[in-house]
Unconditional design. Sequence first.
Length: 74
Amino acid sequence: MVKVTKLNGSELVVNADLIEFIESTPDTLISLTTGRKIMVLEDLDTVVQRTLEYRGKTRSYPVPVGGSGSVFEG
């Protein structure tokens, strides 16, 4: 989860796994895989850094990309 601040000053926690992309328009716009868009006060680099920090804390095992095998196969 990534804590951000909406333009009206209220805090919001975004599910980092739902972030599809982030734009700087010049405000920061977070687009989710659900189709929802959220404009936030934090700059693009801050949102990216918080997302990477979250993923680093929650992913203690390798996640295969594009493979069909499980990381737990021996």
